[in-house]
Design a protein around this ligand. Structure first.
Ligand code: ATP
Ligand code: MG
Length: 441
């Protein structure tokens, strides 16, 4: 696991700048945490190993100078970089006195940002580099997840960084890609794993009950509230609250959630009493929240609080090199469950699985294997797979085509399968790398 790249906390009330910084920094392979206010930045600093703080100066409520002063007292070893729109002389002096390593004036180019970040990070000599620790003896297993594609490694890399802190995480991806598994992996591999993990599917709770279910209520709050009741927030105390299908949360819940993330405070339905919350929130969605924002069904300010760290789980068709390992895992699981033994799959059958496009992602693959295990006599053969998998081969254009074109397409397909790894592709094609290189030209 590659943990060499640094964790950078960016603080700005201007969403556009925040996103721009995030985009640039992520393209340079840094890992970023976002905060829309100083208060939220402080929550992240408290339990996250941050290597560089980048902050705006002018912000409502508490400004960046105060953040810098606080960080200098409590985190003197973290270098600080200021991004400001107003490089006035007095302002500059104050920034330097406040202990910032350097400052960058808006607008800035990506190159200017890159240089400023590298320079600032160099200041930090006292800091020991994170030593990658073995997560598991087998590098392609993480918690309950298996995979070996680059895409999979990216996901586990982020999990590794966030598991021990309480920064809010949002997991996005198509249905069946493994979002819930990612949330569980964060919780159960981290240092709060002994605390509760509470999973709530917002879509499964009727809108009018969501608020009471999540935040609890007091006796008499509404008809039928005969006693004080805890909600999921209270139940998750000290641990993780997983809010699945967050896009379906009612607006009342969204308002309360915003306050929980911003101020770490909640109130029960029917009560004025403020309760402090100390939990990590992981949200998940397969909906396009930006679209919901445009339709006014999702609060934009909440969106930015939820996306402190984002994990996008790519669809299976974009990481086909994981299919063999996943298949093996499900064969073991269902083989033991239904046949009391390990089953094998024939190379031809596996090839069909690898060729298919998997609109239903990992859940669909799991179902196909479960069915095949039940159908098979010995090992899984082509005949044990459902027909729709076998006929996906594209016969639509019946015209006859030059071998060169077909060869090109096929080489490309193999390369996709190996995530662009030419050595592996050459192995599969049984040609040497040099020949492959020539073909690619
Ligand atoms: N990397 C993985 N390794 C092994 N099993 C996986 C992996 N990812 C997902 N699965 C399995 O695939 C199934 C679907 O995963 P999960 O329920 O986490 O998906 P999801 O993204 O939450 O789906 P939905 O959007 O429908 O809620 C589960 O049975 C899960 O155990
Ligand atoms: Mg799910």
């Amino acid at each position: 696991m590659d943990l060499r790249k640094e964790n950078i906390l960016i603080v700005d009330d201007d969403i556009d700048i925040l996103e721009l910084l995030q985009r640039h920094l992520q393209s340079m392979d840094y890992h970023t945490y976002k905060a829309v206010s100083v208060k939220e930045a402080l929550f992240i600093l408290k339990d996250t190993f941050i290597d560089l703080l980048i902050t705006d100066i002018q912000m409502p409520e508490i400004d960046g100078l105060q953040l810098l002063k606080f960080a200098n007292e409590h985190y003197p070893e973290i270098p600080k970089l200021v991004v400001t729109g107003y490089p006035s002389v007095e302002g500059t002096l104050e920034v330097i006195k406040s202990g910032a390593t350097d400052y960058l004036t808006k607008p800035f180019t990506k190159l200017e940002l890159k240089e400023a970040v590298e320079k600032a990070l160099k200041q930090n000599t006292s800091r020991k580099k994170l030593v990658p620790k073995a997560v598991n003896q087998k590098p392609n297993i993480y918690a309950d997840m298996v995979g070996e594609s680059e895409a999979f490694k990216k996901v586990t890399n982020i999990i590794e960084r966030v598991k021990d802190n309480k920064a809010t995480v949002i997991v996005t991806g198509e249905s069946g890609t493994g979002k819930e598994l990612v949330a569980r992996a964060i919780h159960y591999s981290g240092k709060f794993s002994r605390e509760p993990f509470i999973a709530v599917n917002c879509a499964a709770i009727p809108e009018n009950l969501q608020e009471a279910e999540l935040f609890g209520y007091i006796k008499g709050a509404f008809t039928g509230a005969n006693e004080n009741r805890n909600g999921f927030f209270q139940a998750a105390k000290g641990g993780t609250l997983f809010l699945d299908e967050i896009g379906t949360a009612s607006l009342a819940v969204q308002t309360k959630l915003l306050r929980a993330l911003q101020e770490k405070e909640i109130t029960r339905v029917g009560s004025q009493k403020i309760e402090k919350v100390d939990i990590r929130i992981i949200a998940a969605t397969n909906a396009n929240l930006r679209e919901e924002i445009r339709n006014n069904t999702f609060r934009e300010d909440l969106y930015y609080r939820l996306t402190v760290v984002e994990i996008n789980v790519p669809p299976l068709r974009e990481r086909k090199s994981d299919i063999a390992l996943l298949t093996e895992k499900f064969l073991r699981k269902y083989g033991i469950e239904f046949k009391d033994r390990l089953l094998r799959i024939s190379p031809e059958a596996l090839q069909i699985l690898q060729r298919y496009n998997w609109p239903g992602n990992i859940r669909e693959l799991e179902n196909v294997i479960q069915r095949a295990v039940i159908m098979a006599d010995g090992s899984i053969e082509v005949k044990d797979l459902p027909d729709f998998l076998k006929y996906q081969i594209d016969f639509s254009d019946n015209e006859l085509r030059p071998l060169r074109d077909i060869e090109k397409e096929y080489v490309q397909r193999v390369l996709n399968h190996t995530d662009g790894n030419k050595t592996k592709a050459a192995e599969i094609l049984q040609i040497d790398r040099k020949t492959l290189r020539e073909k690619l030209k």
